[in-house]
Design a protein around this ligand. Structure first.
Ligand code: B16
Ligand code: MG
Length: 210
């Protein structure tokens, strides 16, 4: 009954969620701000500046808007350096096989990511030009849990939201999909999310749902 599958990028297609964690950890450590996996969990799917705001909740002083922009830039520089090591081997297990099986069965496939680094990441893992549509942080005003990025992806595909299935590793992303009128399959860190229509232990299970 679905016509298209919209994939989140970080944490679903590629293991860049690890690099985000490392880059934020370094920044927090340099600034003397407490940061851990639990706080990191709240950053999944959330934009860079909103992620920074979450990290600064633990800061012992206030930062000016200009300082905040500089911090976000510093984090992004570290993150971009880490992306330099990325290859197609960093695609998460089962992704390549699942994408081509979906394609063979006639589904459209798209990316819906909050990341402004999406074009670089797709390039590095050899998937530039592979997807029928790419919607990312460069084309939206509001990041997940707002549905904007997924509605943009559906619009680019020309598929009604109710015929789209979104695959997400972030609770914020699952909420975004649901608010956009789409179905959501949760994987990884989001797999226990109650709002999701499906829970996947591995991405190949998509082929059983569809
Ligand atoms: P950037 P996704 C999201 O990507 C990440 O999950 C989130 O942790 C990150 O802050 C956000 O992209 C913005 O990334 O700094 O590269 O613009 O999971 O929506 O693919
Ligand atoms: Mg994600």
């Amino acid at each position: 009954r679905y016509q298209a599958v919209i994939f989140d990028l970080d944490g679903v297609i590629v293991s860049t969620d690890r690099y985000h964690f490392l880059a934020w950890s370094q920044l927090a450590w340099q600034e003397g701000i407490e940061f851990n996996e639990q706080i990191n969990h709240r950053l999944r799917g959330v934009s860079r500046m909103e992620s920074l705001e979450i990290i600064l909740e633990k800061a012992s002083r206030r930062y000016t808007p200009v300082e905040k922009l500089k911090l976000a830039e510093r984090k992004n520089e570290v993150y971009r350096t880490l992306l330099g090591d990325l290859t197609d081997g960093d695609m998460l297990p089962g992704v390549a096989e699942t994408l081509s099986a979906l394609r063979e069965r006639g589904y459209k496939v798209a990316i819906g990511s909050s990341s402004k680094n999406t074009p670089v990441i797709l390039e590095r893992i050899g998937l530039s030009g592979y997807f029928d549509a790419v919607a990312d942080g460069n084309g939206i005003k509001n990041s997940k849990p707002d549905p904007e990025v997924f509605l943009l992806a559906a619009g680019k595909l020309g598929v009604p939201p109710e015929d789209c299935l979104v695959v997400e590793d972030a609770e914020a992303g699952v909420y975004a999909a649901k608010r956009g009128g789409m179905a959501a399959a949760a994987i990884g860190e989001a797999r226990n999310c109650q709002e999701a229509n499906y829970s996947l232990t591995k991405i190949e299970e998509l082929l059983l749902i569809l």
